[in-house]
Structure formats: C-alpha cells, structure tokens
Design a protein around this ligand. Structure first.
Ligand code: ATP
Ligand code: MG
Length: 434
C-alpha cells in the first residue's frame, strides 16, 4: 500500500449517498412490519463450506467471487456473499426450526470479488427477506407483494418490472435440462467460451449469461413450459393468480434462471433499464431443497435479496433531514439557558442544536447555512429574564414569526412545564409573537 486509499470496489458514503442508503433500509423495515416479518442478524463470516456447498460449487459466486481466508486458528472462513446460506445455517444449527414458519428480514454488507463498475462493487449491501417453513404458493405471493410495495413506497415502481418464471420441481428441471443441453450442444460453436464451459458443468446457467454472442441462442432455447409436471404447473398457476389478486404486475419470462443452484419453483427478478448492464435490483425465488441438503430437516422456503446501492441509485435525491430549531444565544449566560432548553426540546422529539461559535451577528447565517428550519434567539431581557425571539430562517430576513407547527407546540409544552427563566421567556414569546 503506497498511499492511503480505499480498497477497490468498496465505497465511502456521505451526504446524499448515505441518505439514500438509509431511505432504502428505513422503507424496507417499515414495509416488512406490514407483512409480519421480524429482524434477524447472522454473522458476516461463516465456515467456507456453508457457502460453497449451498450456492453450488459451479456457481460464479463460489467459483470466482468469494472472499475466503484462513484465520489465525487455521479455520477456512468466507465473508458472506449473500444472506440465505447463513440464515439457513442458523435455522439448522441455532434451533430456529422450532419457531417455523418464520418470516425474517436482515440487511447489511455482502462481499464478492467481481470486476467493479457502476452498480457492481466488491463490498455492497443487501436487504434480504425469507419465509422459511411455508410450502404454500401464498408465501411466494406475499414475498413478491412485499417487494412490490417496497418499490412503490420508494417511488421507483414505475421504472422497474417484475420478471417471473418457474424452475419446476426436480422432474421438471431434469427434463428441461435435457432439452437445453440438446439445443446448446447442437449450436456449441456459436456459444461464448464461458457458456461452452457451463454446458458441461451447469447448462441451465447458460440462460443467465450476459455475453452478447449468447443472446440469440438463449432466445431460441426451449422454455420450461413444455416440461412442467402437473404439480409444478399447478403451483405456478396459484402463484400467478395470487399476484393478480394482489395487484402485483409481472411479465412471464420462460427462460429466466437464477445464478445459484438452490432454486426450485418460483424464480423472479425485478429489473430496470435505468442502470445499464447492472439492471437487476432485487431477485430471488423458492429454495425448498436447500435446508434438507444442508443436513437440516426438509423445509420449504422462499426468499429474495435486493441490492441497496442499485435501489438507492434509482431514488430521487434525498432531502436532508434538517435541524428543526437552532438556538442562537446572545452571550455566555444565555448559552447555559440554551443547554437546558436543548435537553428539553430533544426530549420532546425536536431536532435542535445551538450555534455557539463565531460572531453573534453572523450566527443566524450560520444556522441557515447548516440547513436549520428555524432559529430561536436567546437574549437577556428586563434584567434577569431571558427573552426569546423566534425567526423563521426561510421567511423574510429580519422578521420574527410566531410558530404554530410542531416546533411551536413543543416549545409551548416545554415552556409551560418550566418555572422561572424559561417560563418567563415563554410568556414573553407568546405575547410578542412578531
Ligand atoms: P448480477 O446478475 O447483477 O450479478 P446476481 O444475480 O449475482 O446479480 P443476486 O445474487 O441475486 O445477484 O443478489 C441480489 C441483488 O444484489 C442483485 O439483484 C443486485 O441488486 C445486488 N447485487 C449483486 N451483486 C452486486 C454487486 N457486485 N454490487 C452491487 N450490487 C449487487
Ligand atoms: Mg452476480
């Protein structure tokens, strides 16, 4: 390391970027409560096997993207590249199975060694939702309705489309895989090198290829419908009916597959064309076989993960949450009064600060530049009594205004409850509103 710099593919966020990030997480948590989800935390690192076995040894994530290392005790560990594997591990090893069915959310950093570009980082952040222990199509519908309402509340639903497919059950997949292998083998010469390799290892994943030369062959590949077993077909029909009833718009994409091995039945992606090649903002599906394959009890489950950065990039610029009231003391004695007032105001839920540095005459300006909505001048009045004058920083300069909003109500409550200086100051302000 020659000069001090951030690691490639990591980000520092401040101002608008940090505010957008928070907005995604805040809405995510708020909407999750409407659907009865509860938060969980799982470790940022796990034994490498937790991810390697779960995601599939041939998946891009396991083959190329994991941040794996040995700790000082010689344990092989990996920074989580996604949430589902860790949550499934906890479900089995932490005894969560006794609480099933579970509706869980989590969010935080995930790590993948990828080529950094717009919307693609090496440390990025996900919101994650899982329903574990529900085999009904209604669970898939609820999860998708959760995602759809979240996008709506973030104000980005219009530019984002839900693509939906089924990957069927084991019998369906085997039959479909056979047809795909036949199709791609017959045209192997035209495939990208990566996809020729996938043909041997994991032919379904050719459908997920982003190489331009694969496009035409993917479009011509057989869709899954001709191979759906009647059970798988009925399940998928129920999911689609439920989405229609819930007002969740979707488009069918009979060639949609997901990059990880564990998906069964429902698979989906919310995509946009506003982010260039990194157009998938949220994706997931049903993973009924996963927990059983990790040596847990057979447990049906369905989940999704959304990229916080990609969602945040779609948001309108965030208005900074302003300080509602800046106190501007006229002298040192007023500063002590101000400290008392700050304590009371914050206790009443008002975001408040005090401007204590710089020339007194410039303090209003400083409060305005800092984005405060209002200033409250604290100045001595009639000897011992503090006079309080209120000034709306965004109204005409030099004119004091009575406050009748939330800040005004809090001030009145605070003042009314106080004897002495503050109480006197309050009566002054009500009687001198302008
Ligand atoms: P992609 O096809 O873009 O590589 P993925 O299929 O690998 O995405 P998932 O494993 O489904 O992605 O992860 C869920 C979401 O996380 C994605 O839809 C995307 O929004 C986000 N995401 C995935 N990889 C990155 C990354 N490297 N940087 C930022 N966000 C990412
Ligand atoms: Mg990827």
């Amino acid at each position: 390391m020659s000069k001090l710099q951030a690691v490639r593919g990591t980000q520092d966020m401040i101002g608008d970027a940090a505010a957008r990030y928070d907005r995604v997480v805040d809405e995510f948590r708020a909407v999750s409560r409407l659907f009865g989800f509860r938060p969980v935390q799982v470790p940022v690192f796990e034994f490498t096997g937790v991810f390697a076995r779960t995601l599939g040894e041939t998946s891009d994530v396991v083959a190329k993207e994991m941040y794996s290392f040995q700790d000082r005790g010689g344990e092989g560990l990996t920074l989580r590249p996604e949430f589902t594997a860790g949550i499934a591990r906890a479900f089995i090893s932490a005894g969560w199975q006794h609480m099933a069915p579970l509706r869980l959310i989590s969010h935080g950093p995930v790590f993948r060694y990828e080529r950094p570009q717009k919307g693609r980082f090496r440390q990025f952040h996900q919101i994650d939702a899982e329903i574990i222990g529900s085999a009904e199509p209604a669970a898939d519908v609820d999860l998708l309705a959760f995602a759809a309402l979240l996008l709506d509340r973030l104000g980005i639903a219009d530019g984002v489309a839900l693509k939906l497919n089924t990957l069927g059950d084991a019998a369906t997949r085997d039959a479909w895989r056979g047809a795909l292998v036949a199709h791609f083998t017959a045209n192997a010469d035209a495939l990208s090198a990566d996809s020729r390799e996938r043909l041997a290892r994991n032919p379904l994943r050719i459908l997920d290829s982003k190489a331009a030369e694969d496009r035409a062959l993917i479009d011509a590949a057989p869709g899954i419908d001709a191979f759906l077993s009647s059970d798988a077909g009925a399940f998928f029909a129920a999911v689609q009916r439920g989405l229609e009833a819930s007002g969740v718009a979707f488009v069918r994409d009979a060639r949609l597959v997901r990059g990880l091995d564990y998906y069964r039945h429902t698979a989906f992606e919310f995509t946009t064309d506003r982010l260039g090649a990194q157009g998938t903002v949220l994706a997931g599906g049903r993973y009924d076989g996963l927990i059983g394959s990790m040596a847990g009890p057979d447990t049906p489950a369905v989940g999704w993960a959304g990229g916080i950065e990609r969602l945040a990039m779609l948001l309108a610029p965030a208005a900074e949450v302003p300080i509602e009231l800046s106190l501007v003391p006229a002298d040192a004695a007023m500063e002590t009064l101000g400290q008392r007032l700050l304590h009371l105001l914050r206790g009443h839920g008002i975001a408040a600060d005090m401007i204590t540095s710089g020339a007194h005459g410039k303090r209003y300006d400083r409060a305005r530049k800092a984005g405060s909505a209002r200033a409250l001048m604290l100045q001595p009045h009639d000897g011992a009594i503090a006079a309080v004058r209120l000034r709306d920083l965004h109204v005409v300069e030099g004119k004091t205004t009575p406050v009748r909003d939330r800040v005004g109500r809090a001030l009145r409550t605070v003042f009314r409850a106080q004897d002495g200086e503050i109480g006197n100051a309050f009566s002054w302000i009500i009687h001198h509103p302008d």
